[in-house]
Design a protein around this ligand. Structure first.
Ligand code: KIV
Ligand code: ZN
Length: 510
């Protein structure tokens, strides 16, 4: 059976999504989850981009076992040296170097002739080979490049030592039939191509990224690149969960296998959404809230008689938690801990304890606590940055005829600090009071509120993005009280901002 390698670039191309800024701990959490998911390659970052990116790739290379850890580098020495430094601790390091090959890019962006570009690609691959055995070469904007020129540059890169050749649809321009034809052309006309892995990398500008990737696999590609939830530059990258489940569900058609533990897909998707602050649309294939919901009477009737009438894959196969009622306030710590394990969480004692306290609080406020509620609480504990400010007390008054007023007490370590403020609404008043305590003024970029489950006593889940000096920080908070959820989300984003300032301020000043 042909084996398709899954190359995840959520932490590199995905992190290039507007407004996404993950810190090293968050990247590590995602990388650990990607390893549980069973991806073959994790592209952990673009080390030359910033010291933070380099450190994050190093951390992942050191801590995450299993997948190949790749770092991106343009075709120049500095980029390659930084990438090599970053992946050095990995058991299986890869350097991924790229240069643009389309006439548009070579003429306007690189201002190089095709001959110069081939020479740069060869030099880059050779230089990378001096650091690692595993070198991937990408021809940026391949789908708008001359096909014979592509074969020429690929042959030269293979000769120089590249072990994977990537054919990206950088601007999401190609179509399934055209892309498949390009893959076949490269396979038939590139000397040495049989000794390397052919990779494909699609963007979603025309909504064709997944279709193009699948067409390329049918045409003989061995590796597929993409991001969880389809995040990434502009309209995003190919959504890996969709490709993976298409290959599994239509195994009869594609006749290929992957090493993916599909039951980990939902958790991976939630984690990426939580940490990036990028919401998943309800009708999103595979991981959206409605992906397995049957609404119309005819569908429900058919489904109840025989599941396969309207279900081509089961929610269990992608790890969607059952909304069965599991625990109540008398269940105790042990049952809670066991349920966490069953849901696939492997948390430190401290995090389990904090999650348990939140669970007990929730049982007092909410009649039925479901797996989805537990998952929402636990996801708040995933963030591992130090909590400089913690919410201790909150009191808000608002109403049709009242000026919204908030009193907030935060704990800075063990020191309580209290402030009050008025605002346009209760959330605004709380955020102003928090700003007074911390002395930090930020710009609120986005605020979203959604209910975790149905029912009037549902948990409210708030996600905020705040901007400080061009960087965006995401925070998420849950509570049956949406004002409290709003305060928690804002505080989490602020704590990340403060952590980032403390971590990078000395080196930036120097
Ligand atoms: O889209 C693209 O071309 C890329 C390359 C760096 C592989 O992301
Ligand atoms: Zn890309």
């Amino acid at each position: 059976m042909r084996r398709i390698r899954i190359f995840d670039t959520t932490l590199r191309d995905g992190e290039q999504s507007p407004g996404v800024n993950l810190n090293a701990q968050e990247k590590l959490e995602i990388a650990r989850q990607l390893a549980r998911l069973g991806v073959d390659v994790i592209e952990a970052g673009f080390p030359v981009a910033s010291p933070g990116d380099l450190q994050a790739v190093q951390l992942i290379a050191r801590e995450v076992q299993g997948p190949i850890i790749a770092a991106l580098a343009r075709a120049n020495k500095t980029d390659i040296e930084k990438a090599a430094e970053a992946v050095r601790p990995a058991a299986r390091p890869r350097i991924h170097t790229f240069i643009a090959t389309s006439d548009i890019h070579m003429r306007h962006k690189l201002r190089k002739t095709p001959d110069e570009v081939v020479a740069m690609a060869v030099a880059a691959v050779r230089y990378a080979k001096g650091f690692v055995d595993d070198v991937e070469f990408s021809a940026e904007d391949a789908t708008r490049s001359d096909w014979d020129f592509l074969c020429r540059i690929f042959a030269a890169a293979i000769e120089a030592g590249a072990t994977t050749i990537n054919i990206p649809d950088t601007v999401g321009y190609t179509t399934p039939a055209e892309y498949a034809a390009l893959i076949r052309y490269v396979k038939e006309n590139t000397p040495g191509i049989d000794s390397v892995i052919i990779s494909v990398h699609c963007h979603d500008d025309l909504g064709l990224a997944v279709a193009n990737s699948l067409a390329a696999i049918e045409a003989g590609a061995d590796q597929v690149e993409g991001c969880i939830n389809g995040i990434g530059e502009r309209a995003g990258n190919a959504a890996l969960e969709e490709i993976i489940m298409a290959l599994r569900t239509r195994h009869d058609h594609y006749q290929v296998e992957t090493g993916i533990v599909t039951e980990q897909l939902y958790r991976t998707s939630r984690l990426v959404s939580t940490l990036t602050g990028m919401q998943i649309q309800p009708n999103k294939a595979i991981v959206g809230d409605n992906a397995f919901a049957h609404e119309s009477g005819i569908h429900q009737d058919g489904f109840l008689k025989e599941r396969t009438t309207y279900e081509i894959m089961t929610p269990e196969s992608v790890g969607v938690p059952q909304s069965r009622l599991v625990l109540g306030k008398h269940s105790g710590r042990h049952a809670f801990r066991v349920r966490l394990k069953e849901l696939g969480y492997d948390l430190s004692e401290e995090k389990i304890e904090r999650a348990y306290e939140r669970f007990v609080e929730l049982c007092d406020r909410k009649k039925h606590v479901s797996d989805r509620d537990i998952q929402a609480i636990v996801e708040e504990e995933v963030v591992t940055i130090p909590e400089l400010y913690a919410l201790d007390y909150l009191h808000v008054t608002s109403g049709t005829a009242a000026v919204p007023t908030a009193t907030v007490r935060l704990l800075k370590g063990s020191e309580p600090i209290e402030e009050a403020a008025i605002g346009d609404g209760p959330v605004d008043a709380v955020y102003r009071a928090i700003d007074r305590v911390t002395g930090i003024e930020t710009q609120l970029v986005s605020y979203t509120l959604s209910a975790v489950t149905s029912g009037k006593d549902a948990l409210g889940e708030v996600t905020v993005q705040i901007r400080d000096n061009g960087s965006v920080f995401v925070g998420r908070g849950t509570s049956t009280d949406i004002i409290e959820a709003s305060a928690r989300a804002y505080l989490q984003a602020l704590n990340k901002l403060i952590y980032d300032r403390q971590k990078f301020a000395p080196s930036m000043a120097g």
